[in-house]
Design a protein around this ligand. Structure first.
Ligand code: SF4
Ligand code: SF4
Length: 68
């Protein structure tokens, strides 16, 4: 929907559990080469949705646009 809001994964915290990928219904994430999710389609992310951040067990997700 907008490129002004999309998730950013902290790979130091991310364990690759893929909870975020399985949760999001907008195909924002894909599995990357290292088995961890990558933000493949940031334009699909719904502005101000924080769904994946809330369910990430490692607190690894923040959002571009959060502070603007
Ligand atoms: S839910 Fe969190 S820890 Fe799990 S894959 Fe996504 S970002 Fe990584
Ligand atoms: S914030 Fe919402 S729409 Fe965006 S990736 Fe996470 S669950 Fe999907």
């Amino acid at each position: 929907m907008t490129r002004n809001w999309y998730p950013i994964i902290d790979y130091e915290k991310c364990t690759g559990c893929l909870t975020c990928l399985n949760f999001c219904t907008h195909q924002v994430y894909e599995v990357g080469p290292n088995g961890k999710p990558v933000v493949a389609r940031p334009e699909n992310c719904v502005e101000l949705c924080c769904g994946c951040q809330k369910i990430c067990p490692s607190n690894a997700i923040t959002y571009h646009g959060e502070h603007s």
